[in-house]
Design a binder for this molecule. Structure first.
Ligand SMILES: [Zn+2]
Length: 74
């Protein structure tokens, strides 16, 4: 008998996103529109930045990476 146990960590915890300070403003790396800063609620499991036109969430890391990528293209 080969009962290998697969453990995939099952539970969903709130991801530990770095949350920007209230009043911080950022632009969407895709469409350059101003991003909305989502309120950091315990019940909210998404990323801190929300782009309305793109319907897309961004974390601080995503924005940083997008900026680095665009710098490399120049
Ligand atoms: Zn956008």
């Amino acid at each position: 008998m080969d009962n290998s146990i697969s453990y995939d960590g099952g539970f969903k915890f709130k991801p530990d996103y770095k949350w920007p300070e209230k009043g911080t403003e950022k632009e969407c790396p895709k469409c350059s529109e101003k991003l909305e800063l989502v309120e950091n609620r315990k019940t909210y499991f998404g990323k801190p930045w929300w782009c309305v036109p793109c319907q897309w969430q961004f974390s601080e890391e995503d924005l940083l990476k997008a900026r680095e990528d665009s710098l490399e293209e120049e």
